[in-house]
Design a protein around this ligand. Sequence first.
Ligand SMILES: Cc1cc2nc3c(=O)[nH]c(=O)nc-3n(C[C@H](O)[C@H](O)[C@H](O)COP(=O)(O)OP(=O)(O)OC[C@H]3O[C@@H](n4cnc5c(N)ncnc54)[C@H](O)[C@@H]3O)c2cc1C
Ligand code: SF4
Length: 314
Amino acid sequence: MILPRFEYKKVQSIASAIALYKKHKGKVRYLAGGTDLVPLLKLRLATPAVVIDLKGIEELKTISRHGGWLAIGANVTLFDLKNDPAVKEYFPALYESLDATSCETLQMRGTIGGNILQDVRCLQYNKSMEWRTARGFCFKMGGKTCNVVPNAKTCFANYCSDNAPALITLSAKARLSGPGGERTIKLEKIFNGAGRRPFALEAGEILTRILIPLKKTKGAYEKLRVRDSMDYPLVGVAVSVADGKVRACVGGIGPEPRVYDLKSANDGAVNEAADKAYTDARPASNTVLSAAYRKKMVPVLLKRAVKKVMQGGK
Ligand SMILES: Cc1cc2nc3c(=O)[nH]c(=O)nc-3n(C[C@H](O)[C@H](O)[C@H](O)COP(=O)(O)OP(=O)(O)OC[C@H]3O[C@@H](n4cnc5c(N)ncnc54)[C@H](O)[C@@H]3O)c2cc1C
Ligand code: SF4
């Protein structure tokens, strides 16, 4: 499938990216590794006039430690992040989620910023224009219906980043820069729960850094997928324990990750969180596994991840 026509601009600074965004009145898309965006362009699911390549911005490529935080540039590749000594030593849930992300070839190209900001997915959406036209446009394509859930009022596409749930369990923050200035927010606040447009970013905002409190944690990531060699999560559950506090986050099911702060790691508290996660999960029949099976696997994976962490896990 060939790419549509667009103007390609490579920038060296955040300021010039934002200036281009303003100049082209928002008809742009930012590009990092392109592993999510390029397929969307080919399928005509994204049709920008200009693609602004952020890969030339040096400050987005660094990992540094200061003031008790690990600061990760948005353009750091998943592979480099996985192999950073701090990640292995301090953040096992993130190490495991990075390791479980697709395959090493993709990890060497895909960035952590692009991974977090990847679009939600649905078997009825990630298709060619011809296929979608024949089927009829759904909510996410500007239509008036969902092609999966009859009489639905919203889109049930799935957010499939392996790493955002792990980062959320580590209380990570997102640093954003845009036409309105800079701000830092909790990572979970970038999601708005709307499958149609799943991110609560201001127009033109660039994710510049992810900040994680630099303290040792215990953690694990459990992923349901069809092929272990390379596959999106059909459910993904991260668990981290920091300062005795247990935090779990469920992704891969519905348009946003869901976070659970457990009262403790005892059986009662774990069962309570697992039951809540089961109730909250609202899968639709829009992946290669059935909705009922994916829902059942949410508490299973949550309990498995906590058990792994508490019974001598990393
Ligand atoms: C075959 C295949 C398998 C995959 N498997 C997995 C998997 O198992 N797990 C998983 O988590 N993901 C998976 N992915 C999804 C995703 O492509 C990768 O995770 C990758 O990390 C995305 O990063 P990227 O740099 O290529 O993003 P890009 O494609 O460059 O960008 C993704 C989105 O983020 C926006 N963007 C990028 N950087 C910024 C920024 N700094 N500020 C603002 N917006 C930005 C882009 O405009 C675009 O909308 C898979 C993709 C493919 C093609
Ligand atoms: S869940 Fe429904 S509205 Fe959302 S992308 Fe799939 S078919 Fe479209």
